[in-house]
Design a protein around this ligand. Structure first.
Ligand code: SF4
Ligand code: SF4
Length: 133
């Protein structure tokens, strides 16, 4: 299992309509992060604050400045500390990582998925909410 290399596949795949936020998260954004709350509509994320239409891509996904012109894109989350719980959970299952072509996965993880899941759970224990680690 490699470290996340910020390939952005997960945010690109799920950030535009497949994410949900809890009522608690939405309430906290409304009070403390109005710049995030602007993209909430009817308790759903993410919507264009001007048009009210659903966004195809997460508005908080950014590309880090490249060190060299040919370097691959490195994606960052501009609301990392306040990102939805859904985002904190990813990646949660080896099968999901294989399906999504997550670049943390190595051949040995595919061959030994149970052991890989144990490694992943240890790796993610600080990211996942206490209820779910
Ligand atoms: S909120 Fe952050 S972690 Fe979640 S999809 Fe958007 S960029 Fe990715
Ligand atoms: S798909 Fe995997 S390697 Fe790529 S950004 Fe998401 S967690 Fe990181």
């Amino acid at each position: 299992m490699k470290d996340c290399n910020q390939c952005g596949k997960c945010c690109i795949k799920y950030g535009g309509g497949d994410l949900a936020a809890t009522q608690d998260e939405i309430d906290l954004w409304e009070i403390f992060n109005p710049e995030i709350f602007d993209y909430v509509k009817n308790n759903q994320i993410w919507f264009d604050p001007k048009s009210g239409l659903p966004l195809e891509r997460c508005p908080f996904l950014e590309i880090a400045p490249k060190k060299t012109p040919l370097a691959p894109n490195l994606y960052t989350c501009s609301i990392y500390q306040d990102r939805p719980e859904d985002c904190r959970h990813y990646p949660s299952l080896i099968a999901e990582m294989i399906r999504d072509e997550c670049e943390m996965i190595e051949v040995i993880d595919i061959e030994h998925q149970k052991q890989a899941q144990v490694k992943l759970d240890i790796l993610m224990q600080d990211s996942r909410p206490a209820c779910c680690s």
